[in-house]
Design a protein around this ligand. Structure first.
Ligand code: AMP
Length: 284
């Protein structure tokens, strides 16, 4: 596995691959790999001839008050994990190469970015779409794999790809969870032992919501949201950023629960750690 750090070298290699008729897959990440990231790499390995995993902790998607400086980082650890998955290139560009002093462009997707995470993290999605557009141009992939864990992000990226005519197939990959149900996240490393139980409230609330819908499909979204909110707030360390039941494509609130409905959650643990999770409510 090669480690590449400059956009120019990355692009040159992909152009060579493409000249050989090889199919290229990209997995964009911010590193500190866990099984969720590794499953995305395996998916890319399955569908592409060459796999590039990008590792870039993107300053543009963090607000000044957020955890950019503390975000877990260990290139050597991640290099070994990616290599073991048969990744061809770990692409780890430097911030100065991604955003040189004269950088002036931002990619903005409207509508889908205003609610949910966009409401509590202003500017976050402009950072995401700008960096992903750059990564697409630097790695020129045929396919790119993203996790459904970042549900709104996936919808926003699909929209950007359609709107800007990127010739890239976007593949969404199911959430990988700990045995306990907790959705894997690099940010889980911030959780102290006594915060773990509170962190599990998200998955616990999802399971209860699915159970209730399984028993009675006529329950309203508000009734389910009330139940979910009650479970989460029964842990004093938890505050709710949002609990919503949305249509999976439009991200608009649903009037009735159906197979298109997704329960999306964002919860802060001790005001320090913001966790997100989501799930459909009706078995497919
Ligand atoms: P991150 O490094 O957190 O920016 O995530 C990189 C990619 O991995 C994104 O597409 C995430 O949605 C995806 N991802 C993160 N956690 C998980 C998980 N638990 N299961 C599946 N995909 C995930």
């Amino acid at each position: 596995m090669k480690v590449i750090t400059t956009p120019r070298e990355m692009q040159a290699l992909v152009i060579t691959w493409k000249g050989e008729g090889l199919k290229v897959g990209l997995v964009p990440t911010m590193g500190w790999f866990h099984e969720g990231h590794l499953s995305l790499m395996r998916k890319a390995r399955e569908v592409a001839d060459r796999v590039v995993v990008s590792l870039f902790v993107n300053p543009m998607q963090f607000a000044p008050t957020e955890d950019l400086d503390n975000y877990p980082h260990d290139l050597e650890r991640d290099r070994k994990l990616a290599e073991a998955e048969g990744v061809d290139v770990l692409y780890a560009p430097e911030p100065a190469d991604m955003y040189p002093a004269e950088f002036k462009t931002s990619v903005h997707v409207s509508g889908l970015t205003t609610g949910l995470c966009g409401a509590s993290r202003p500017g976050h999605f402009d950072g995401v779409t700008t960096v992903v557009a750059k990564l697409f141009n630097q790695t020129l992939p045929h396919i790119a794999v993203f996790g459904e864990k970042d549900f709104q992000q996936l919808a926003v990226i699909r929209q950007m790809v359609r709107d800007l005519d990127f010739p890239i197939e976007i593949i969404g990959h199911a959430i990988v969870r700990e045995q306990s149900g907790l959705a894997m996240s690099s940010r889980n490393t911030y959780l102290k032992e006594d915060e773990m139980e509170a962190a599990h409230s998200l998955a616990k609330a999802i399971v209860q919501a699915q159970h209730l819908v399984g028993q009675n499909k006529n329950l309203s979204p508000d009734q389910i949201k009330e139940e979910v909110t009650g479970i989460i707030l029964s842990y004093p360390q938890c505050t709710i950023d949002y609990v919503e039941i949305l249509d999976r494509s439009s991200l608009q609130p649903c009037e009735r629960i159906s197979s298109e409905s997704v329960l999306v959650l964002a919860v802060k643990i001790n005001q320090r750690i913001r966790l997100i999770d989501n799930s459909t409510l009706v078995g497919n």
